[in-house]
Design a protein around this ligand. Structure first.
Ligand code: NI
Length: 138
């Protein structure tokens, strides 16, 4: 169990009002929880830059009729097989597939995998999300 530490924060009144409105809209129960998420988000961004361990997901939406595309997506996933935990394929509609690729590894490597997949011609949309896979999850 991690020990909690209390500290004071000074903010301009207007900025705090905007922050309270935002956390209310997002459904946070307290300012503390919102601050914790902001700090975690900043630390995770630092991980991304410094190549620390992350876990996350790459998502792709692509045209299922393009068979060359399927082969290319598969080839790249085999090239990066050491990063991939699992993949889920969803047939979105008659024309489109959604692929969700769960990943774990160095942030830089995960980024290169995501960039390789997203840049394939015919991939309509691609995203990558990462969370810290070590002490930043405390
Ligand atoms: Ni499909």
């Amino acid at each position: 169990m991690t020990k909690l530490v209390r500290f004071g924060v000074s903010l301009e009144k207007d900025l705090l009002a905007k922050f309270d409105a935002l956390l209310s809209a997002k459904g946070y129960a307290s300012r503390s929880e919102a601050f914790r998420d902001l700090i975690r988000g900043t630390l995770i961004e630092k991980d991304w830059k410094e190549g620390e361990k992350v876990a996350g997901a790459v998502t792709l939406v692509y045209d299922h009729h393009r068979k060359d595309l399927l082969g290319r997506i598969m080839d790249i996933q085999h090239d990066f097989h050491h990063l991939i935990i699992s993949t889920q394929h969803i047939h979105l509609d008659h024309d489109h597939c959604l692929e969700i690729i769960a990943v774990r590894g160095r942030a830089g490597d995960v980024g290169r995998l995501a960039d390789s997949l997203r840049s394939i011609k015919g991939v309509k949309h691609g995203t990558v999300s990462m969370s810290g896979a070590d002490e930043n999850l405390e």
